[in-house]
Design a protein around this ligand. Structure first.
Ligand SMILES: Cc1ncc(COP(=O)(O)O)c(C=O)c1O
Length: 419
């Protein structure tokens, strides 16, 4: 038998409203790791104040934005496009995006019901996952991956399921890809052209992914932010154009990379009317709308002539070739990037335990900024890769290429067997 006091304590505990110790932060937020790329970028910015660095790190084009674009933005501010826009994006911009989707991607898009302007591709990816994922749903992430994907899936309550691209060419192992799909799979995040490896996925690879998505009722979130950067005469293929894929694809892109305006925060997505309607609901409450005057300027960007794109590709392809030649001479091993603007290389020949140490050595000893490859893998992965961005001016590429050769020589001296 309980004593009166025991009973009273038990009863009080049932209705106990005393303050309990607890974390100030959500479990979700604790699962998200800090962005290594951006943390490194802050360190690089600090060091740049006192040291001349050669920056092949974060994926920012070193070129100024096109003159016409900057003029259009100034004119839009003067014309007082300074209030909230239609949260879906100004109609004139959605029409320009729909025209570009038809012309370049082969996607027939209705600007009213299928195109939405967002604050960068980043928001389009985030809000798509927020709309699709229930807690516990699996999302396939192709590894290595753009740094945002992991936290985006976690923030949506999803469970990342990784499929690793196979070295040395970063191709799919079909069996591994197929084994990742199951009844809990809700979406797959595809980057094409791929950051960080520079792969441009073939029609065959996209078909393979598309078939699995249709079999399992999975949505492809196709991040095509580097769509205009494909080299050696390759053609960009949007997975939404494959048979049966239009209704189960969210095609994401934006202006950041193509027009050198990463700070403008302008992106967009295309999806079926029903998916668009649902994603827009959340978009309205997350960011409301993208910056108004910059949306107006974006209409000018999307109207740039073909020579703008061909000139950019020629410029970046030249930079790629120069950097790849120097990196190969310095002993780095990598597949030649087919698209995007990164060289993703094995760095184990430098003789460091991991890429964080190699990254630090390049930065501190040679003032060369890269990105350590572990940022592109799931937490706790051991990796020995470095990423170099070649969207840089010829002078920067020349100095960077020279430094890579010096580094190769120096490390060979440390490891005389060349291993
Ligand atoms: C694959 C990929 N997707 C999206 C983004 C971000 O795009 P935005 O600036 O439009 O948000 C980046 C930026 O580096 C990227 O590499």
């Amino acid at each position: 038998m309980w004593s009166y006091n025991e009973f009273a304590n038990w009863f009080a505990a049932l209705f106990n409203n005393d303050p309990q110790p607890r974390s100030k932060f959500s479990a979700r937020s604790m699962l998200v790791r800090d962005s290594n790329i951006r943390e490194a970028a802050r360190l690089v910015a600090e060091l740049s104040a006192t040291t001349n660095l050669v920056n092949l790190g974060q994926g920012l084009p070193e070129y100024p934005a096109p003159f016409e674009l900057k003029e259009a933005a100034k004119a839009a501010i003067d014309a007082d496009f300074n209030q909230y826009s239609d949260t879906r994006g100004y109609a004139i911009l959605r029409q320009a995006i729909a025209a570009k989707l038809g012309r370049y991607n082969g996607i027939k898009a209705n600007p009213d019901t299928e195109v939405t302007v967002t604050c960068g591709a980043s928001e389009a990816l985030h809000v798509s996952l927020q709309t699709l994922i229930n807690p516990g749903d699996e999302v396939i992430i192709i590894e290595p991956f753009y740094e945002n994907y992991h936290p985006d899936v976690i923030m949506a309550g999803g469970v990342p399921r990784y499929v690793r691209l196979q070295k040395p060419d970063y191709t799919f192992d079909y069996r591994q890809l197929a084994a990742a799909f199951n009844n809990k799979t809700r979406a797959i995040l595809l980057t094409n052209p791929h950051n960080p490896t520079g792969r441009v996925f073939t029609h065959e690879e996209l078909r393979m992914i598309g078939d699995l998505c249709q079999k399992w009722g999975v949505v492809v979130i196709s991040d095509e932010i580097y769509e205009h950067l494909v080299y050696d005469g390759r053609r960009h293929i949007s997975i939404a154009t494959l048979p049966g894929m239009e209704d189960c694809t969210i095609t994401v892109s934006g202006l950041s990379k193509t027009f050198g305006v990463t700070g403008w925060r302008l992106g967009y997505f295309h999806a079926s009317p029903s998916m668009t309607k649902q994603i827009r609901r959340l978009h309205d409450y997350i960011t409301l709308a993208a910056p108004s005057p910059l949306q107006i300027a974006a209409v000018t960007a999307l109207g740039m002539p073909d020579t703008f794109y061909s000139g950019m590709v020629a410029k970046y392809q030249g930079a790629r070739d120069e950097l790849c030649a120097a990196a190969a001479e310095a002993g780095f091993k990598f597949p030649k990037p087919e698209g995007a603007y990164y060289l993703f290389s094995d760095s184990s020949h430098l003789g460091f335990a991991n890429d964080k140490a190699a990254w630090e050595y390049l930065l501190r000893q040679h003032k060369l900024v890269s990105v350590a490859g572990y940022c592109f893998y799931r937490p706790e992965t051991h990796s020995n890769n470095l990423r170099f961005c070649f969207a840089k001016r010829p002078a920067t590429i020349k100095i960077g290429a020279g430094l890579l050769k010096v580094i190769g020589e120096e490390r060979r001296a440390f490891a005389p067997t060349g291993k």
